[in-house]
Ligand binder design. Structure first.
Ligand code: 5RP
Length: 219
């Protein structure tokens, strides 16, 4: 099976978690795109969606799926999204596509977070994938210095990229994240940081992992 076939398999498996008559939270990225395409097949069964990026909102609307503003929705039953890395505790690194802030918000508003990923994303120790941090532009240098002082690593500006919220991304290279929850808390406390890409304080509920032997469910 190719990586794309594994992504497609987990996207299909995630449909099992969607309940009729509910609002679905939808993530961002290539795996989430496969999920959107699967969701289109059952669109008549759901009440609508909340999207974690402009790109996903556009793809959903292209399928004729209703996209609500989060402020007009009282509850999201399930959020489905990919990840750049996951450990066995379902702590995640997200934000490779730069949508981490809206992803964390929609995940926070959802009762369950179903993470969908191919097997390359499961790691023992997180940090090989550079950790994305969304930062208010004027705080770029301050935040970079504080990151080096407080957690180490090498923050690198994502060149030519602006988030849906008008901010920049620093990708922190060369980290070995042994305590994801503690690192997430430290980064949350740096002035100028909007969101960091660690999803450990509120991890995924379920990880659907695409492997050569089929989809594995990790809880
Ligand atoms: C976007 C994300 C994505 O979920 C993450 O980058 C995984 O992407 P893909 O499914 O394309 O591998 O966090 O901000």
């Amino acid at each position: 099976m190719t990586q794309d076939e594994m992504k497609q398999a987990v996207a299909k498996a995630a449909i099992e978690y969607i309940e009729a008559g509910t609002i679905v939270g939808v993530g961002t990225g290539s795996t989430a795109n496969f999920f959107i395409d699967e969701l289109a097949k059952i669109k008549h069964k759901i009440d609508g969606t909340v999207a974690s990026s402009e790109a996903s909102a556009e793809r959903l609307k292209g399928h004729g799926i209703e996209v609500f503003d989060l402020n007009s929705v009282s509850e999201i039953a399930v959020y489905v999204d990919g990840a750049d890395e996951s450990n066995k505790f379902l702590h995640l690194i997200k934000g490779g596509g730069g949508a981490l802030t809206r992803e964390k918000i929609v995940a926070a508003a959802s009762k369950k977070f179903i993470c969908i990923a191919d097997e390359s994303k499961l790691v023992d120790v997180m940090g090989k994938f550079p950790l994305p941090i969304e930062v208010i532009p004027m705080a770029r240098s301050l935040v970079a210095r504080e990151i080096i002082k407080q957690i180490g690593g090498e923050p690198v500006l994502r060149e030519g990229f602006t988030t849906d919220n008008g901010n920049i991304i620093l990708d922190v290279h060369n980290l070995e994240i042994m305590e994801p929850t503690r690192i997430e808390q430290i980064l949350n406390n740096i002035t100028g940081v909007v969101t960091n890409g660690l999803f450990a304080i509120k991890p995924a509920t379920v990880l659907l992992l695409g492997t050569q032997d089929g989809v594995k469910t990790i809880t």
